[in-house]
Design a protein around this ligand. Structure first.
Ligand code: SAH
Length: 353
């Protein structure tokens, strides 16, 4: 038995072709799976009974088990899913005014050991499969629709933006992430999410960034977090392998669409990376690149001694960027009260006392 969500539309078409079945069946099935969110082959009423039986004998349609759902006071929702091997991952729905974003995980845990991040503390358990990556979207869409069915038309809009900013390093699970992007952005029959609305965030896997630009049209976000190699290597060990210079080089060559920019995320940590000199250096570093900066005030948590920069320091840093015409925002993390904010996902089910 095979997991049907491991197949792109093209691969499923080839599977049918090999068995002398018309490959357009793949289109029908994709519509059922990703537009109508079908959870069984029996729901696929425009497919004959015999064909449905054949499909059932060869494939299964997997589900992720929603183990817990927490809602923040700001509307952010954290979904805890249990996988088939009893491991846990988290996804976060971030509702917006016009569009709603889903932050998805790409690995169970993470191997990158970034000093500031809670997910790092569990280490890497395993990569997620393509099916597990896209199922987070299917499940979240179903939850979203159910919850908003009484709302007016605008508020009911489905999840339209995807960010690979949950647990894990997406570019360390390159093949499965790329396959999932093919299904997510399958414009006609898949999840119908434009690549312009998909962002892959990376700690800086230089060779894979290059490949991502060649193989997809999605947006790129870089977790930069420092302007000196010494500081960045202390915060993010990946920097020892791919130092800032190499990272910026690959970014400057990255295939960006007109009017688009690479996002650089920069956590502001008190006395570590938040001086005026850092801000000035950041301006210089990014000047050859079509860049925008997301400043993220560090989210404090129990596994780190780092402190958030003061609000006056954050404003000062921000002002230096703006004065030098760098597009920047201060991204107030959402969902901090339910540990759904950046760097707070750990995929653990905790019983509240
Ligand atoms: N591994 C990928 C995807 C994870 S994205 C990456 O590094 O980009 C998670 C984002 O949250 C990163 O931009 C990271 O810098 C940020 N982050 C992690 N821990 C944080 C914390 N404690 N406070 C604020 N942001 C944090």
């Amino acid at each position: 038995m095979k997991d049907i969500k491991e197949y792109t539309r093209k691969e499923l078409g080839e599977w049918f072709k090999k068995r002398k079945i018309k490959p357009f069946r793949a289109i029908q099935i994709f519509k059922w799976l990703y537009i109508h969110q079908a959870n069984s082959f029996d729901e696929m009423t425009d497919i004959s009974k015999d064909m449905r039986l054949m499909l059932k004998q060869n494939f299964f349609i997997p589900r992720l088990k929603l183990e817990n759902l927490e809602t923040s006071i700001d509307g952010t929702e954290k979904l805890l899913f249990k996988l088939r091997d009893n491991k846990y991952i988290e996804s976060v729905i971030i509702p917006g005014k016009n569009r709603h974003t889903l932050c998805i995980s790409s690995q169970v845990g993470c191997a990158q050991k970034c000093k500031f991040c809670l997910t790092a503390k569990t280490g890497l358990q395993r990569n997620l499969t393509c099916s597990e990556i896209i199922s987070q979207i299917s499940e979240a869409r179903q939850i979203f629709i159910k919850k908003n069915k009484d709302k007016d038309k605008d508020k009911k809009k489905t999840i339209s933006n995807i960010v690979f900013m949950g647990m894990g390093e997406p570019l360390a699970n390159y093949a499965n992430v790329i396959k999932s992007i093919a299904i997510i952005t399958d414009g006609d029959y898949g999840m119908k999410i434009s690549p312009r609305r998909v962002t892959v965030s990376t700690s800086g896997f230089v060779p894979q960034i290059k490949k991502l630009g060649v193989n997809t049209n999605v947006n790129l976000a870089i977790s930069l977090n420092a302007t000196e190699d010494k500081t960045r290597s202390m915060l993010m060990p990946i920097n020892k392998k791919y130092p800032i210079k190499n990272l910026l080089q690959v970014c400057s060559e990255f295939n960006i669409k007109p009017r688009n920019k690479i996002t650089f995320e920069y956590i502001l940590i008190k006395n570590i990376n938040d001086t005026n000199k850092d801000a000035e250096k950041l301006v210089k570093m990014l000047s050859p690149i079509k860049a925008k900066v997301n400043l993220i005030p560090f989210n404090e948590h129990e596994k780190s001694n780092f402190k958030q920069s003061s609000s006056s320091r954050i404003s000062q840093f921000f002002k230096i960027l703006l004065d030098k015409n760098i597009t920047a925002i201060i991204r107030k993390s959402k969902g901090a009260d339910i540990s759904a904010a950046c760097g707070q996902l750990k995929g653990k089910f905790e019983i509240k006392q």
